[in-house]
Design a protein around this ligand. Structure first.
Ligand code: SF4
Length: 407
């Protein structure tokens, strides 16, 4: 721990000087920078109106041009940022508001500019628009489908509402039934707020009854247009909820993403990356260009995908450039990246110096640090306690108890 603290102090000392020069080069990183996730925002528009949505422009019906799709993918190749495999996530508003023929052309454009790269297309949908044609499309293109659904109807309909204020649960269930009928595999992601914590069994049983085997819990987070998390002040209840989910997932059919990640972290240390003297466990949201987000109009950013396009005084929507004008590596030489990197690095160094969970976390999500603390140089957030620290504690406690019994 002492060594980690010293390292953190060293980095805190060098980062302002390094970033101020704008001298951030791909070859300073080990392993060399590589993009694992390309998040393309095909449209900001969403057909529904969830109360906790962080997107400020979900009424905007703009659509990404195919030339922008081509440019966004092609820039990765130009900069040697892409390896043998790449996941393209179509996400911002509701991706299925655009027609299948648009995606067919977009997928073909990506394949054309990235020859030899195995591309997996992923979509996270509110499922209200899924019909037989979409199911056939998903199967034909091997799309990895995620459904956003919050569990039992009362929990879901309290927040995931139509633009007229009605619930969407019945439509989502219809969409999931169609996916099942057409043999399309899918996972679910639920936003878990304070009301969900009261009955973890009902929550778990609902997903099990739907035949869902992979569930991600997005514990309600303060982000963008959604300024306050309902979990604030409910952290003991959150710990109890997780402990019960852990018990259920050990013996039940539904694997919970956050707990599975904690088990993995306990068994296998995360690989590390290095920038100059600083070394940290892998964390896609904290490594430059590991995750690239491109908006419908070609503006792009890195680090947390939730940052791009968000209003924040002095940050220019966290934009690093536009794929029609600038390459991704070239953007690392710009003042916008230097400023973000300096601040994100300070946050990473502070996490490395102060947090016992750093080796299983890698320094958290810059977006949550920004929205909870007003800057990137922060450490602990409600979000990291919910998504990383407490799931890890729950798993560790169980593992220690099992070891104690075995001894
Ligand atoms: S758990 Fe929180 S405080 Fe700890 S390293 Fe992660 S983000 Fe930083």
């Amino acid at each position: 721990m002492e060594q980690v603290e010293q390292l953190g102090q060293q980095v805190m000392a060098v980062v302002p000087r390094a970033a101020a020069t704008g001298c951030v080069r791909a070859e300073d990183f080990s392993p060399r920078l590589q993009t694992r996730l390309l998040v393309l925002q095909p449209t900001p528009f969403c057909n529904i109106d969830c109360s906790y949505c962080y997107l400020p422009q979900r009424d905007d019906r703009s659509r990404m041009a195919l030339a922008t799709v081509r440019q966004a993918a092609g820039r990765l190749l130009e900069d040697s940022l892409v390896g043998d495999e790449l996941t393209v996530v179509w996400h911002a508003g509701e991706p299925l508001v655009l027609p299948q023929r648009w995606y067919a052309e977009a997928f073909a454009a990506v394949a054309q500019v990235l020859p030899g790269v195995t591309v997996t297309h992923a979509m996270q949908s509110n499922a209200t628009l899924i019909d037989g044609a979409w199911c056939r499309f998903f199967r034909q293109h091997g799309v990895a489908v995620g459904v956003s659904v919050d569990g039992p109807a009362a929990l879901h309909d309290a927040h995931r509402r139509t633009r007229r204020g009605g619930g969407t649960h019945a439509q989502v269930q219809r969409g999931m039934a169609r996916l099942r009928a057409h043999g399309v595999p899918f996972h679910a992601i639920a936003v878990v707020g304070a009301a969900t914590l009261a009955d973890p069994d009902a929550f778990y049983d609902w997903f099990a009854a739907q035949g869902i085997t992979e569930l991600g819990c997005n514990f309600d987070e303060a982000e963008g247009a959604h300024a306050v998390s309902s979990l604030a002040g409910h952290e003991a209840a959150h710990a109890a909820f997780l402990a019960r989910l852990l018990q259920r997932s050990l013996h039940g059919p539904v694997a919970v993403r956050e707990l599975a990640a904690a088990w993995r972290a306990l068994r296998h240390p995360l690989p590390r990356w290095q920038w100059r003297q600083f070394s940290a466990p892998e964390n896609t949201q904290a490594q430059p260009l590991a995750l690239v987000t491109v908006a419908h109009d070609g503006r792009f950013g890195t680090f947390s995908p939730e940052l791009l396009g968000q209003p924040a005084a002095g940050w220019n929507g966290f934009t690093l450039g536009n794929v029609h004008d600038t390459g991704y590596l070239a953007a690392l030489q710009g003042a916008a990246f230097a400023r973000q990197w300096q601040a994100v690095q300070q946050g990473l160094a502070a996490c490395a110096a102060r947090c016992a969970y750093f080796d299983v976390c890698g320094g958290g999500a810059p977006a949550n640090k920004f929205y909870e603390h007003g800057h990137f140089a922060a450490t602990e957030t409600l979000h990291c306690r919910s998504m990383v620290q407490r799931p890890f504690d729950a798993v560790l406690r169980l593992a220690e108890a099992a070891l104690g019994q075995a001894a």
